[in-house]
Design a protein. Structure first.
Length: 149
């Protein structure tokens, strides 16, 4: 490539269905990249939505869920959902997430979307918890999708 020449990058559409056991870390990296781009609510909406996610869709998902920085308080970011003693360890967060009802999972997705997109407003542990929650939820979706095939 010569100086002054523009680079053209082509990024393949990510697949969220694991093909090999070694793809686990790659999937986590894709999930975290999606979260950083603001796609948590859309990512966790459904596998099809995950593959078609974009920033505009996420803004709509957040508005629909009703969560904003105004109602996701830094001192009580998860509202009445008990996260006491869960910690930020991915395995513990994953095990805890499996105990939630569908409504609680939906609420956590909405709250964590706000937290991840506005990390500067929240404690580091809160952000890490939400990132690990998102990974746990996406892995659960992937595992359920793979089991159904």
């Amino acid at each position: 490539m010569e100086i002054g020449q523009k680079a053209h990058f082509v990024f393949p559409e990510p697949s969220f269905i694991l093909a090999h056991k070694g793809d686990h870390q790659e999937m986590k990296n894709i999930i975290l990249a999606s979260i950083a781009a603001g796609g948590l609510a859309v990512l966790l909406a459904s596998p099809a939505a995950a593959q078609n996610a974009n920033g505009n869709a996420n803004a709509s998902a957040n508005a629909a869920s009703g969560f904003t920085t105004k109602n996701v308080a830094p001192l009580r970011p998860f509202g009445l959902i008990n996260t006491y003693n869960v910690g930020v360890d991915p395995a513990r967060v994953s095990a805890w997430a499996k105990t939630l009802s569908a409504a609680q999972k939906q609420e956590m997705v909405g709250r964590c979307s706000v937290i991840i997109q506005n990390q500067q407003n929240y404690y580091l542990e809160t952000t890490l918890f939400c990132q690990n929650f998102a990974i746990a939820m996406a892995e659960n979706i992937s595992a359920n999708g793979a089991a159904g095939q």
